[in-house]
Design a protein around this ligand. Sequence first.
Ligand code: IMP
Length: 193
Amino acid sequence: MDNTLIFATNNLHKLEEIRLILPDFRILGLKDIGLYQEIAETGATLEENALIKASYLYDKTGLPSLSEDTGLEVFCLNLAPGVHTARYAGDSKNPALNMDKLLREMLGKEDRKARFRTVIAYVTNDGVQYFEGLVNGEIATLKSGNKGFGYDPIFIPDGHEKTFADLDANIKNKISHRANAVNKLIDFLKIEK
Ligand code: IMP
């Protein structure tokens, strides 16, 4: 089997991470196949968005294609912001404004339980497979830390006292939603190989 996988991202950190995790595979990003624009995420769920991106790439290249979509799900907000996580405070996708909005919504809430959920869609000529990764935790009352990205300064994973933005990257990368989803994909690819 040709070990080439296309990953629907232009995010160099995500590409680097997945290349380290899957050393036996040739992982190409969007730019590597001449696609410079973002693929519009118009789905109503993380699963739909992941499938839209991976199928678009598969239709274009005919090669096994991967995509991931992630949302922050807060239980007392009926799992919001969920699929709207990136644009919670508007189309600028500004992490500081997104966190400010969430902290405002959470004012006075006792139940601060939340989880990150990543869905990977893997499309081949056999169809689509989904891999889900979760990390449970809670929303802090204040931002803390400068590591990571996105909502990391206000998410405290279960079993830890600090936010993802205060924890070392290697700890986050062991327990994170994304790591859990990628590990399931790895198990599947090992079986498939
Ligand atoms: P995407 O799936 O990369 O488009 O991410 C959707 C939203 O979730 C964006 O607002 C990201 O900043 C946020 N997000 C995704 N992964 C993480 C993470 O590991 N930590 C914090 N925020 C994240």
